[in-house]
Design a protein around this ligand. Structure first.
Ligand code: ADP
Length: 902
């Protein structure tokens, strides 16, 4: 295939990845974060499948049979362990703002900087060769697709070597999406999305080749298997019976279980980039499924390749590409190439980002901070510095890997180097597992265990490949160091019969674990070690309030603490973050000395940016710290825990109390209101009764005192007495009436009525009054209004009341009153309109209240009790109707009531 097509395709693919990453970051800015999706999380974990899986698995089948499956079976069957181990690690990292595996171990054992350095170095040593073989895979696949020999590239001067340029492009990509934000709380969403997409692409590419080989070149699985059974070397590799092999299986499975949790790239994606613990639930089934699918066709491709290219004419690592190429399937070859490219680039990107965080937070920053001269130099802008360090580390890691590839890795197959890397990170297992389940693990134990394990790892696994590349004499391998045969790297202490990986893993892990246990038991932990141990092991107890518990004693000036934080977050953000925290925890920010809780919080924030060991150094540089005893630590954690639950209970109670109080208040308001209404009512009634009573009494006294009063005068007085008595009894009747309505005792006596008749009868009743005032009364009936069920007498009472009001408020002679009925859509509207005084807008609502007159004593009181409209309203309400008024002062009023008749 033409090299320019391949270059173009690679570059297009890289820009596509840029696009994905960019889009994902934009989505997240818009609040539609992609990483909240558990499937994206599970897919991103498939970064586990590197170029080693893509090309190397097939190669390994040819040389070692189905042994390759161990590294996939291990993680699959051990997935449930994640729920126990990984969930706990995720919880701890969130509470402690831990961003790398080096930081995790350093933080657990008293935020020890040396441990951080050791883990980081181990990762660099272990991972560089692994990255190197990815570069090798890219370079090889490129050469194969071009139909050249892969080794040609190795000998080229780097400027003429295309893979060098890929490496540069990758560095740029990694820098852009890996170091834009350096705070732990802000994740690399673009990067995660890219990795998830790459996982899909490599899977589809590999399965496509598999289908092509199995169903187009051969006739399905059985065809390949039966053809392969005729080839002796092949059939031999699939028989699985010797004890060596089963122990190899066991060790490789164990190794991959450890690797899938502790490889920096896995830790980065599974722990640091995790946004929701629940995503593990999806990962637990989806990730093994992914592994199964990507492995289905490994054996058919391996057998197919072996049948197609007999006598080792083509290296088995290259079958995946070589087969489509042989059949001249250009498009498929290109797609396969891109699949392998995906596998390699995703691994390089994540691994490099994870390593760069460790290098900056665990190697460089602590060194700068410990050296006061360096610190002065960079003091002002550490966050800028962190970025520079990370970017430089990214370039350095990729370049060093490139150099490693050019000098050493080029001479090895893909798989063996990967297993060496796995074994390197497996050394973290005792310190991590011990650290999260056993409070007794100490700094000393972890340090010595890790150191010893690493030495054994280096001697048994790393050294051989360096020897193989010619940097050390071969005699070490053959006769042991110093010629002592018990020191042979592949048969240490005379242990033979294991493959080199199992052998190295066995010795290194054995001594690592023994040292860890022994020195942990022998040493006593410091208070900070102890407090970290308690938090890590009992994280589920503390995770909710770790933020509010401050395991720190000492004095620090608030200014210094704030300045420190500004160095990393910028002044505005630092101020905002502190303000939010202090508001949430009810801490005052106006004192000169910083609250210990604030100091702890700032330390945690810094840990998220520069690692816990560096954060520790920074905080102690601006404060005077006091030693705090182990007992105190535990009591702080305990008290903040009980405080938290007490607080919760208190909050719950106060909420309930608040509710009860407001209910009580409401009831009280209502009571007060009715009480006032009752008072008003009583005083008004008394007042209304007193007026006629006074005149009755005065008039009867006059008549009584003047027995010789003349008859006409006496008649006049007695007439008035009778009228006033009438008014009195009417008022008392009305009050009693209203009381009946209000207490709900008043019942309607329903019969079939005709609204026209009711109005006519009412007019008849008041005919005399209207005639006296010479007021014109007109009735406009609606002939279509149907008869309906109602209380006839009560409705007459309403109309009489409205009409008598109208007569009362019309001027004599000029008055004109129009009564009308309308039947509209099931409702009868009855209105009484006059051209009298009219009602002020402010009072229109109030006139339906009882004794409206009493509300405003300044208005000139017309005759009447002020109860008529209130009673009318009750009557209409009992008929499920409504009554209202439209009026304008000086022009007249129109009272209408509506009753539904259906
Ligand atoms: P009253 O027995 O005093 O008439 P009502 O409850 O029937 O008691 O009326 C309350 C008040 O509403 C009256 O005092 C008067 O101020 C006002 N009002 C009622 N009808 C009219 C009307 N047609 N024109 C002007 N004001 C009216």
């Amino acid at each position: 295939m033409n090299s320019s097509i391949l270059i173009l395709a690679s570059l297009l693919y890289l820009s596509f990845l840029f696009g994905v990453a960019y889009w994902a970051e934009k989505q997240s800015e818009k609040g539609k974060s992609l990483v909240t999706n558990p499937y994206i999380y599970a897919l991103s974990l498939a970064v586990y499948c590197t170029a080693w899986t893509f090309y190397g698995s097939v190669g390994r089948v040819v040389t070692n049979g189905i042994e390759f499956l161990a590294v996939f079976i291990g993680p699959s069957i051990m997935m449930p362990i994640w729920w126990i181990v990984l969930r706990k690690i995720i919880r701890i990292c969130k509470a402690q703002r831990i961003t790398s595996i080096a930081d995790f171990i350093s933080s657990r054992y008293g935020k020890n900087a040396t441990l951080g350095v050791l883990v980081t170095l181990m990762c660099i040593l272990g991972i560089l060769p692994y990255i190197a073989i990815q570069i090798k895979a890219i370079s090889n696949s490129f050469m194969i697709a071009m139909r050249s020999s892969p080794n040609e590239n190795l000998d080229k001067f780097f400027l003429n070597d295309l893979s060098f340029y890929f490496v540069i492009a990758l560095s740029i990509f990694t820098i852009i999406f890996g170091t834009r934000k350096i705070d732990s709380t802000e994740r690399h969403e673009g990067m995660v999305a890219t990795i998830a997409v790459e996982s899909i692409i490599k899977l589809v590419a590999f399965v496509t080749v598999g289908i092509f080989v199995t169903y187009y070149i051969f006739n399905g699985f059985s065809d390949i298997f039966s053809k392969a059974s005729h080839i002796p070397e092949l059939s031999k590799s699939f028989i699985f019976n010797s004890t060596t092999e089963s122990s190899t299986w066991l060790w490789h499975t164990l190794l991959s279980v450890m690797a899938i949790m502790f490889l920096p790239r896995q830790f980065q994606l599974a722990v640091v980039e995790n946004v929701n613990e629940k995503h593990l639930n999806t990962a637990i089934w989806l990730f093994p499924l992914y592994l199964i699918v990507i492995n289905i066709f490994v054996i058919p491709i391996a057998m197919g390749g072996h049948i197609l290219f007999p006598y080792n004419t083509v290296n088995s690592d290259e079958y995946v590409l070589a087969i489509p190429l042989r059949f001249n399937e250009k498009l498929l070859t290109l797609f396969t190439y891109i699949g392998g490219f995906s596998a390699a680039t995703s691994m390089i990107i994540v691994e490099t980002i994870a390593l760069s965080v460790m290098i900056s937070n665990n190697l460089v920053i602590p060194t700068i901070l410990k050296n006061s001269k360096l610190q002065d130099k960079f003091g002002g802008n550490i966050s800028g510095l962190v970025k520079i360090i990370r970017r430089t580390s990214i370039v350095l890691i990729i370049l060093l890997s490139y150099i490693y590839y050019k000098t050493i890795a080029g001479h090895y197959s893909l798989v063996s180097n990967g297993m060496v890397s796995f074994s390197a990170v497996a050394q973290f297992t005792p310190a991590i597992i011990g650290g999260i389940f056993w409070k007794g693990g100490t700094q000393k134990g972890a340090l010595i265990g890790l150191l010893v394990g690493s030495l054994f790892w280096f001697y048994t696994l790393m050294l051989p490949s360096i020897v193989g590349a010619g940097f050390f004499p071969q005699s070490i391998m053959d006769h042991g160091l110093f010629g002592w045969s018990i020191l042979k790297p592949f048969a240490l202490f005379g242990l033979k019969g294991m493959d080199s990986i199992s052998h190295g893993l066995f010795w290194s892990l054995l001594f690592n674990t023994l040292c860890y246990l022994y020195f942990s038991i022998k040493s006593t932990p410091s208070s900070i070690e102890h407090s970290q141990a308690v938090i890590f092991v009992d994280i589920y107890e503390y995770s909710n309030h770790v933020e509010s518990a401050s395991i720190w004693r000492g004095t620090a000036y608030l200014n210094d603490i704030q300045l420190l934080l500004s160095n990393f977050l910028g002044e505005r953000k630092a101020e905002k973050v502190l303000r939010l925290y202090t508001q949430k925890h009810n801490i005052k920010l106006n004192s000169e000395k910083a609250d210990p809780q604030v100091v702890s919080y700032v330390e945690k924030l810094l840990a998220g940016i520069i690692g816990s060991a560096s954060a520790r150094i920074m905080i102690s540089s601006v404060s005077k710290e006091e030693k705090i005893s182990t007992e105190e630590v535990i009591s702080i954690l305990k008290s903040s825990q009980s405080l938290l639950s007490a607080n919760k209970e208190l909050k719950r109670k106060s909420v309930a109390l608040e509710k009860a109080t407001s209910e009580l208040k409401e009831a009280n308001e209502i009571l007060k209101k009715t009480d006032k209404l009752k008072d008003d009512f009583l005083s008004t009634v008394a007042h209304e009764i007193r007026t006629p009573l006074t005149s009755i009494r005065a008039l009867s006294e006059i008549v009584y005192d003047n027995p010789d009063m003349d008859v006409t005068e006496r008649e006049y007085f007695l007439g008035t007495v009778v009228k006033e008595s009438d008014r009195l009894s009417r008022l008392i009747n009305q009050v009693l009436d209203l009381e009946k309505y209000e207490s709900g005792k008043q019942k309607l006596i329903l019969e079939e009525v005709d609204m026209q008749e009711i109005v006519k009868d009412s007019i008849d009743a008041l005919y005399q009054q209207a005639k006296e005032k010479e007021i014109k009364v007109v009735f406009l009936p609606d002939r279509f209004a149907p008869r309906f069920m109602a209380d006839r007498d009560k409705l007459i009472q309403v109309v009489v009341n409205l009409l008598s009001n109208a007569i009362k408020f019309c001027e004599p002679q000029k008055g004109e009153i129009v009564l009308a009925t309308h039947y509209v859509e099931g409702c009868i509207y009855t209105s009484v309109q006059d051209n009298g005084a009219g009602i002020d807008k402010n009072f229109q609502r109030l006139i339906f209240d009882k004794f409206f007159q009493a509300e405003d004593q300044t208005i000139k009181k017309p005759k009447g009790s002020g109860l008529g409209l209130a009673i009318s309203k009750k009557i209409i309400a009992l008929h499920q109707g409504e009554i209202w008024v439209e009026s304008e002062v000086g022009k007249g009023s129109k009272f209408t009531f509506m009753i539904s008749v259906v």
